[in-house]
Design a protein around this ligand. Structure first.
Ligand code: AMP
Ligand code: MG
Length: 482
């Protein structure tokens, strides 16, 4: 295997030992056909130089990477699923494969899988992932990244040649193993498991690991659990704001699907909003709408409370309460930043900015069924700098209506941020890249019927062009976690 000098293995998690994970073997798949490799992500960890054969050995066969974990580790965790505590969770179809440093940031990243075989935590499950599920995770992660939402990246998808039975796909359906590159897989549920077994000693071990690895600038704080809690509150508020500005519904905001770095991951029944609809629900099994678009703030806060409850076993309540009480301000600030970023505007004062945020949500609501979420932000990118584009584009008649007057008047008072971005050719097109359910299905159909992957790859190329055009990653937006 030929990695580049940028490859820096640092398998820290395994040092925590058997209280936190179990060594497992990957499934021996009948086939390993490479379907997607993310060379841009690979270049950030020095793995873009791998030949396809070496790539498949690593991300289809899971032969250890040099200097990395000798064996995959199924991570132990519990969690609340739809508010019910489940002590039988854990990596049931995935594992942590390797850990390595990101080139520029020095962040510790995980290479972890979905669909790599059974583990002690599989319960009745087959340990597998459907090919369509893998494709859906690639799509979600790509567009969220382009929209500036902190997210894991889809790193590799290898088709594995098995027939799977699933209730939510025409079956038998094809199998695959996905590898994601993510900023930690330490879930809220990782703490919950140790609290459940009444092991404050192990919660302390985990707090120390989390602070030293992901928030080292907080390592000298006298009350590590409280400062960790505060950092997780802030990171989670930023993630939440990112989803809300992106019109993204994660779908399954269980405590095992949130990590302490505030990175979005584990994309199952996700949806992007077709239009502004707070009741929009992504998962067909979410009958009560618990994780609907408009209830995501409540879901994130509820999950943060569960994490704080675990930390009460190792520190005083006061500091934890203080951290939780910071959530609404943190969310407001993050939403302000996320909406201004999406609209490519320079901030003004808090009240003016928040009035614009409300006006934007009202305008989106006023657009009803005819105004989709994504085109609204695309049309008004740069505010006044886009007035001409918006009022000559396909949605001009709508924007001329009285219901948009307040939004447009407020928008005009803001200065565009880096308006030269509008020179990118994508802004000369009538519509932005979107990933509504019909788009996802239309990308899957040719793969299912003719094994034609070209529409998917063309779509990913267009999302990548959008990412560059929007330039959301280049504005120095801070993230506390390293
Ligand atoms: P998720 O909803 O994907 O976050 O998964 C919730 C739990 O179910 C985790 O413990 C998963 O590992 C487990 N799980 C989901 N699907 C399967 C499967 N096909 N085989 C084994 N475990 C699974
Ligand atoms: Mg999960």
């Amino acid at each position: 295997m030929t990695s580049s000098p940028a490859y820096r293995p640092d398998p820290k998690f395994m040092a925590l030992g058997r209280d936190f994970s179990d060594p497992v073997d990957p499934a021996d798949f009948p086939m390993t056909r490479l379907r997607f490799r993310n060379d841009r992500a690979a270049a950030t960890v020095g793995l873009e130089t791998l030949s396809d054969a070496a790539w498949i050995a690593a991300f289809g066969r899971f032969e250890p990477l040099p200097g990395n974990q000798p064996q995959p580790l199924a991570m132990r965790y519990h969690g609340h699923q739809f508010r019910s505590y489940n002590p039988d969770l854990g990596d049931g179809r995935g594992f942590l494969f390797a850990q390595l440093r990101e080139q520029d940031s020095d962040r510790l990243l995980d290479l972890a899988t979905k669909g790599s075989g059974q583990t002690p935590w599989s319960r009745q499950g087959d340990g597998r992932l459907t090919l369509k599920g893998g494709m859906r995770e690639i799509l979600a992660a790509s567009l969220l990244e382009a929209l500036g939402v902190p997210t894991s990246r889809a790193f590799s998808l290898v088709e594995t040649g098995e027939d799977l039975q699933r209730g939510d796909e025409p079956s038998p359906t094809r199998s695959a193993v996905l590898t994601r590159l993510s900023h930690s897989h330490i879930r809220f549920g990782t703490f919950q498991r140790q609290a459940y077994f009444e092991r404050p000693d192990l919660i302390t071990v985990l707090v120390d690991h989390a602070v030293e690895t992901y928030y080292p600038h907080l390592a000298d704080a006298p009350d590590r659990p409280a400062v960790l809690m505060r950092a997780v509150v802030e990171a989670s508020a930023r993630l939440l704001a990112g989803w809300m500005a992106a019109g993204f519904v994660h779908g399954v905001l269980n405590t095992d699907n949130m990590v302490i770095t505030g990175e979005s991951f584990d994309y199952g029944p996700w949806r992007f909003l077709p239009r502004n609809d707070p009741n929009f629900t992504a998962a067909y099994f979410d009958h009560s709408g618990l994780y609907s678009f408009g209830r995501q703030p409540e879901a994130v806060f509820w999950n943060l409370q569960q994490l704080a409850a675990c930390l009460t076993l190792v520190t005083d309540q006061a500091g934890l309460l203080d951290a939780l009480n910071g959530f609404s301000d943190a969310y407001r600030d993050a939403l302000r930043a996320a909406m201004l970023r999406r609209l490519a505007l320079k901030p003004r004062d808090l009240a003016t900015d928040m009035n614009l945020v409300s006006a934007a949500f009202k305008a989106l609501a006023a657009g009803g069924d005819t105004l989709r979420w994504e085109p609204f932000f695309f049309d008004w990118f740069g505010g006044s700098a886009s007035e001409g584009r918006a009022m000559a584009g396909p949605r001009a008649a709508l924007y001329g209506e009285e219901a948009f007057a307040d939004f447009r008047r407020r928008l005009a008072e803001f200065e565009p941020d880096r308006p030269e971005r509008l020179d990118h050719p994508i802004f000369a097109q009538p519509d932005p890249e979107e990933l509504l359910i019909e788009h996802v299905e239309a990308l899957w159909a040719p793969i299912a019927s003719q094994d034609d992957w070209s529409p998917l790859h063309a779509k990913l190329d267009r999302i990548e062009a959008a990412r560059r055009a929007y330039g959301f990653g280049d504005d120095g937006a801070e993230n506390n976690a390293v």
